[in-house]
Design a protein around this ligand. Sequence first.
Ligand code: ATP
Length: 236
Amino acid sequence: MSGKLLQVNDIRVSYGHAEILHGISFGMDAGSIVTVIGANGAGKTTLLNAIMGVVPCSGTVLYQGRPAPRSVEGRVSAGMCLVPERRELFATMSVEDNLELGGFLRRAADRKETLGEVYQRFPRLAERRRQLAGTLSGGERQMLALGRALMSRPRLLLLDEPSLGLAPKIVAEILTIVSELRSSGVSILLVEQNARAALEIADEGHLVELGEIRRSGPAAELAVDPALMASYLGGE
Ligand code: ATP
């Protein structure tokens, strides 16, 4: 039995005959930000999908010391929530309706309270509550995707490339919000290609290459690792 919020052991995923993840194992403590970094196609998204139960995998996913519920809905009810890379918003629905959908498993009164909290955290979404999601800017869309995830009151957020396609200033804003979420008690598993930005806010990091973890360690150490710097942190 582990005291970890999340513990994955020997996760393997295959698409057809091709094995994409070759036995990934790591744990994360409650209240931490753990980042998984790596190049395009390394298997980062596949890893998040396996942990969330969106794609089948072998190995074990322990959540709060017990096997995670089988279904995705079960995992959401237990406090796990995935924010996918494509954000997957409903473009022709309003900001508020998108947020409401994020809380669909919860009672109406609880949902209303959380909606107020989300608007407090993201005043820009409050201003645009009647605007169609498809007309939001990239940064606002990412805020909406995060806000929608918060509507389920997650304990563990799985974030897939929140910085994707955003200008550096907006990336910094989004990652600051992610840090604040940790302070409010949400644990975060953050998949990022923007390794430098991710390591800045994370406690621990794992480098995935070709479906395997190649390096693990405290984020502050990985951020100054010469080999990692050359390959993933833009040199210097
Ligand atoms: P990126 O940073 O580009 O999003 P990633 O590290 O998240 O990459 P994955 O999206 O997990 O990588 O993809 C890992 C590998 O699995 C890639 O070679 C990809 O083409 C392959 N793959 C992903 N989904 C499928 C699928 N549904 N069917 C077949 N192959 C897939």
